[in-house]
Design a protein. Structure first.
Length: 244
C-alpha cells in the first residue's frame, strides 16, 4: 500500500475550496433539499456512531449550514458543539437559518485554532476529500482531540468520481469544487499514519437516488457485502475512529 509523506499536498489550496463554497453558498440548502434523505443520512448515521454523552464538547468540521448541530442537540442540549467552517458565505447561510449555533471561522484545514486535547469528539463529514493537505488535517484533528475521543469521518470513495460527474452534468447542483475522492484503502492508511485507531469502516448508499424501496434494497445489499468491492461502491463511506 502506498505510503504518503506527511507533507503530501493536493493540486489545489484550502483557499480554492473556500472560494468554491462561497460561490455556491446561496444555493447550498436548496440543492441539498432536492435529495434530502440522501443528504441527511450522513447525520443520522454519524450521530449514532459518535456515542455522545452529556457535558461533552464536539467539533463539527466543516459545518456548512450547521444542520449536524440539530442532530447533536437531539442527543442532549448540554452537549457543546463548535461548528467550524472555511467558507464565510456558508457561515452567513448558517446564521440566517440557525442563529442559535456556535460558529468559528477557520482559514486552513492544516492549522486549526484550538488547543491540544480540547475536544471530546470529532465530526468530519464530506471534508477530507477537499483539503489541501489531508494527512496534516487528520494530524490536527488528532492533536485537538482528547485521549479516548471518538471521531466519525465520512467521504465519498474513488469509485464515486464518475457517478458524481454524470449526476452533475445531468442535474447540476452546487458541485463539489476542488476535490479528490480517496479510496477507502487510502483513508485507512492516512488514519493510521496520523495516529487514529480505526474501529469501524462501513460503506453506505449503494443506490442514493430513486424510490424509497429501491434505496432500501440497495442498503440491504451493501450491508451484507461490507469488506467487499460492492461496499466500496457506496457513495458515502464512514470511518469511526478513536484517539489512543
Amino acid at each position: 500500500m502506498k505510503d504518503y509523506p506527511m507533507d503530501f499536498r493536493n493540486t489545489w489550496t484550502d483557499s480554492d475550496v473556500e472560494a468554491h463554497w462561497d460561490r455556491v453558498a446561496s444555493i447550498y440548502i436548496e440543492e441539498n433539499d432536492k435529495l434530502k434523505d440522501t443528504h441527511d443520512q450522513r447525520f443520522v448515521e454519524s450521530i449514532e456512531y459518535l456515542q455522545l454523552k452529556a457535558g461533552q464538547k464536539i467539533i463539527n468540521i466543516t459545518s456548512r449550514d450547521c444542520e449536524a448541530n440539530d442532530y447533536v442537540k437531539k442527543k442532549g442540549q448540554n452537549i457543546d458543539v463548535i461548528n467550524t467552517e472555511i467558507s464565510s458565505g456558508l457561515m452567513k447561510v448558517a446564521q440566517e437559518h440557525r442563529p442559535y449555533v456556535m460558529q468559528q471561522k477557520i482559514d486552513s484545514y492544516s492549522k486549526l485554532p484550538f488547543e491540544d486535547a480540547f475536544f471530546d469528539a470529532v465530526l468530519s463529514l464530506e471534508t477530507l476529500e477537499h483539503v489541501e493537505q489531508p494527512l496534516q488535517f487528520l494530524l490536527e484533528l488528532h492533536r485537538i482531540a482528547k485521549p479516548g475521543a471518538r471521531m466519525v469521518l465520512s467521504c465519498p470513495p474513488a469509485t464515486s468520481e464518475i457517478p458524481y460527474r454524470v449526476f452533475t452534468f445531468l442535474f447540476g447542483g452546487h458541485g463539489e469544487g476542488p476535490h479528490k475522492f480517496p479510496s477507502s484503502r487510502t483513508v485507512k492508511r492516512w488514519l493510521a499514519q496520523s495516529g487514529w485507531k480505526l474501529l469501524l469502516h462501513k460503506g453506505t448508499l449503494l443506490i442514493p437516488v430513486g424510490p424509497k424501496f429501491v434505496k432500501n434494497t440497495g442498503e440491504k445489499i451493501i450491508s451484507s457485502c461490507q469488506g467487499t468491492f460492492i461496499s466500496e461502491l457506496g457513495i458515502r463511506q464512514f470511518f469511526v475512529c478513536e484517539k489512543d
